[in-house]
Design a protein around this ligand. Structure first.
Ligand code: ADP
Length: 804
């Protein structure tokens, strides 16, 4: 055994040639290479002793790596058989008694056999034969320089690698030592390192190093790349986080923090709502705009409002239809008395929709005077079908924007009434009642009719576009019902879209039924009165209708009944009565407003006054025509908001009288000495139409002959210059009005005879009809000659006699 105390450097190695007997030091996790100098921590007592004795005796030691690092007292079988012979250079004693020992690798050797087990392993070993490669060898030098480059690269990749160690390696010229130092330095798994240690061919050794190094470099590069990517994404997220935090801080400073919450809330709401993709895109865009806007900006409110509309429209919310015809019929019958024809038409309309399985199609339009139940029929239909009900009035709407909304650029812009109503309904298939469609106006602000046409056209309303909303809304599932008082003023294009259902005025009898079955119970309930607490006979109801209302429908009647209920409720609440029985004579106590008197008889007191029958959009009515004369030069004045056609009737009547003065018993040249004034009272209401011709002529003839007109007679009819009576429209409403006013006779054109069929039997029985073709017949009937007294004219004749 030789020693070399100067052997401090890896290059200076001593080596045995033959078999020697040395102590064996097992190592965990470390493969020791020749030339390597390294401190080892020695803990096992046997190892401590081995080291100390070897150091003292300057004896070399063979270090062998454990195959399994977990074994505590390894036997020879637990150790690799090839290892490195080391020299113990120095021993340090640690504070806890363990030893740190610096050893230097000398040469590789193979363990042959164990010679001693105690106090530590000792065995015979054989140095391994190795060929010392020359650095001159081209292949070796190429491999070495390759490894050097790889090491440099690795140095860059491993910024915290030990530079001194690397320096030492780089400066090592000798190929073998260089290879051992590189191998020692590499962080490889124990089996791989052991394999290197056992590789005796140096070229193969170097080759293995190259492969191992490239693997390490590759792994390192990859991990750096991954790390860079991770870092990148972390950086980005962090950056955003910081910016957001800063923004939040700024907003907080400006007192705008709350609005972030608002935006978040809107975002959440948007996620939860089912809406068409197109709308969602718009909403998201607006929301993004909102999130960067200052709430102080004027536009913030506008955008916020707009978003609210988008979020609150029932884009995909609809109710399920009940198209059970019998159920609808039942509902209509429960809510409305009579109206059989109307109800049938409604049921037919719905039946067709049901069979076609399509709610699109013409729009229903109820036409009739006020208070006949047009709107409430709409509500019943909605209720029966299980749909939501909304209504709005088109009366006086002149601006297209009312229907279709204002563009958002206008201050305070809103969607039109259609979209507003849809939002109110909360479903996209409500029954929508468009009231007073006959009163849509038109002026410079645009024509609402064209917007209405679009709303009501099943072809177009799938994509109805409101100026405010901008995104189309599908109106095709809405059931539109229009109401009107008259068809005359509805634009033809609009009228064509609609299925017209006329609802006539009610007669007294019907009104009594409606009052008893519907209005009174409704009002009682609203005033908290039970049926037993308020007793009212049909007679009393008739009296209310006759003397306190004059209308085609039942709207005022309902109000008067409310008056009665209110009065009764007061009496009951005050404890004055437990049960109130209302009699005719009590009515003035309950109903304050003015009574209607059967005024016809009282008004027709002198020549020149005649009772006409008129048709108006609010139903039939009676209308007085008064003519008076004064000294003058033939001037004719007409007052009372009389329009052109009616004025012409007056002219025609005057001409007829002039031409037939003699036969009529009128002074022939009356036009030279008299001024005549024709007035049609109720001067605030515009009047027009040719059907007052007969009445005009009667009034003027009465004035000029001094004969008073029959006071129980209402008349209607157009006249010609030749004295013919031409047919006119609205007979039914006119007759009902005459009946309401208490007239006993109606004079009308013979050619309207067919229209009498429409008049209820009960009314027909109470009225005498005079069907006339010529004016002389009219005058014959309307102006009884002196002395001809009939029951009904007795009073007027007496009056006339007083006046004459
Ligand atoms: P319109 O729309 O034709 O002006 P409304 O629908 O407003 O009339 O009707 C006025 C009131 O009269 C409502 O309370 C309605 O229920 C009631 N009404 C009208 N016609 C009838 C009827 N045939 N049966 C029961 N109630 C009726």
């Amino acid at each position: 055994m030789q020693e070399n105390d100067q052997a401090q450097q890896g290059s200076q190695m001593t080596r045995e040639t033959g078999q020697v007997n040395v102590p064996i030091l097992p190592l965990r996790n470390i493969v020791f290479f020749p030339g390597q100098i390294m401190p080892l921590f020695v803990g096992r007592p046997s190892s401590v002793r081995l080291i100390e004795e070897a150091h003292q005796a300057q004896r070399p030691v063979l270090v062998l790596t454990q195959r399994d690092s977990s074994v505590d007292s390894p036997h020879t079988a637990d150790l690799y058989t090839k290892g490195t012979v080391v020299r113990v250079v120095k021993i340090y004693t640690m504070p806890d008694g363990s030893k740190s020992v610096v050893v230097q690798g000398q040469y590789r050797a193979e363990f042959l056999r164990m010679t001693d087990e105690e106090p530590y392993l000792t065995g015979d070993i054989q140095p391994l034969e190795e060929e010392i490669p020359s650095i001159e060898d081209v292949e070796v030098s190429a491999l070495v320089s390759n490894i050097r480059q790889q090491l440099k690269k690795l140095e860059q990749l491993l910024p915290d690698s030990n530079p001194e160690q690397l320096n030492l390696i780089m400066n090592t010229q000798e190929a073998e030592t260089f290879a051992f130092l590189v191998a020692a330095m590499l962080n490889l798994p124990v089996p791989e390192k052991q394999e290197l240690l056992e590789t005796m061919d140096m070229k193969e050794f170097l080759n293995k190093l190259v492969v191992a190094l490239s693997k390490i470099i590759q792994r390192q590069e990859l991990s750096q790349k991954i790390q860079a990517e991770v870092q990148d994404s972390i950086n980005k997220a962090q950056r955003e986080y910081f910016l957001r935090e800063q923004l939040r801080a700024i907003k907080k400073e400006l007192g705008e923090e709350k609005d972030q919450l608002e935006v978040d809330e809107l975002k959440k709401k948007l996620e939860d709502i089912d809406m068409p993709e197109e709308v969602r895109e718009v909403a998201e865009k607006e929301l993004n705009r909102l999130s960067v806007m200052s709430p102080a900006a004027a536009e913030y409110g506008v955008t916020r409002n707009y978003l609210d509309w988008l979020l609150e429209m029932p884009w995909k919310v609809s109710t399920e239809d009940n198209l059970e015809i019998s159920a609808v019929k039942k509902q209509l019958d429960t809510d409305h008395y009579g109206l059989e024809n109307v109800k049938n038409r409604i049921l037919e309309f719905l039946a067709v929709r049901k069979l076609k399985n399509d709610m699109r199609g013409p729009i229903l339009c109820f036409v009739g005077p006020p208070g006949v139940g047009k709107t409430s029929l709409g509500r019943s239909i909605a209720e029966a079908m299980g749909r939501k009900y909304v209504r709005f009035s088109l009366g006086g709407v002149r601006d297209e924007a009312e229907i279709r909304g204002h563009r958002r650029t206008y201050i305070g812009a809103l969607p039109g009434r259609v979209i507003q109503s849809i939002k109110k309904a909360g479903s996209n298939n409500p029954v929508m009642v468009l009231d007073e469609i006959d009163k849509v106006g038109m002026d410079f602000r645009g024509d609402p009719t064209s917007a209405l046409l679009e709303v009501l056209d099943p072809e177009q309303n799938v994509h109805f576009s409101d100026h405010y909303l901008e995104v189309p809304f599908d109106l095709s599932n809405v059931l539109f019902i229009a109401t009107a008082n008259t068809l005359d003023t509805i634009q033809p294009a609009l009228r064509d879209r609609m299925e017209i259902i006329e609802i006539p005025s009610y007669i007294l009898d019907e009104k009594v039924h409606i009052a008893r079955q519907h209005l009174l119970p409704k009002q009682r309930e609203e005033h908290g009165i039970s049926g037993k607490q308020l007793v009212m006979s049909d007679d009393v109801i008739s009296d209310i209708i006759d003397r306190y209302t004059r209308e085609s429908g039942v709207r005022n009647l309902e109000r008067k009944l409310a008056d009665v209920c209110r009065g009764a409720a007061l009496r009951i609440a005050e404890g004055k009565a437990k049960r109130v029985t209302v009699k005719k004579e009590d009515l003035p106590d309950y109903i304050s407003s003015r009574k209607y008197y059967p005024e016809v008889a009282e008004r027709i007191t002198s020549p020149g006054i005649a009772t006409g029958l008129a048709w108006t959009p609010v139903g039939g009515d009676i209308l007085f025509i008064e003519a008076t004369k004064m000294k003058g030069k033939g001037r004719l004045t007409i007052t009372g908001q009389v329009r052109d056609v009616m004025k012409e009737s007056v002219q025609a009547a005057m001409s007829y009288i002039s031409a037939n003065a003699k036969e009529l018993g009128v002074p022939e040249n009356f036009r030279d000495t008299l001024d005549i004034h024709v007035h049609v009272p109720a001067g605030a209401v515009p009047k027009d139409g040719p059907s007052a011709g007969v009445t005009m002529l009667t009034s003027l003839t009465s004035l000029l002959t001094g004969r008073v007109v029959r006071n129980d007679l209402g008349m209607t009819g157009e006249i010609t210059l030749r004295g013919q009576v031409l047919p006119i429209g609205g007979i039914k409403e006119k007759v009902l009005a005459a009946h309401r006013a208490g007239l006993k006779a109606v004079m009308m054109p013979k050619r309207n005879e067919d229209d009498l069929k429409e008049i209820p039997e009960s009314v027909r029985k109470e009225i005498t009809f005079h069907l006339v073709e010529r004016m002389d017949e009219v005058l014959e009937i309307a102006l009884p000659k002196k002395g001809r007294k009939s029951e009904s004219t007795k009073k007027s004749v007496e009056t006339r006699e007083e006046n004459s």
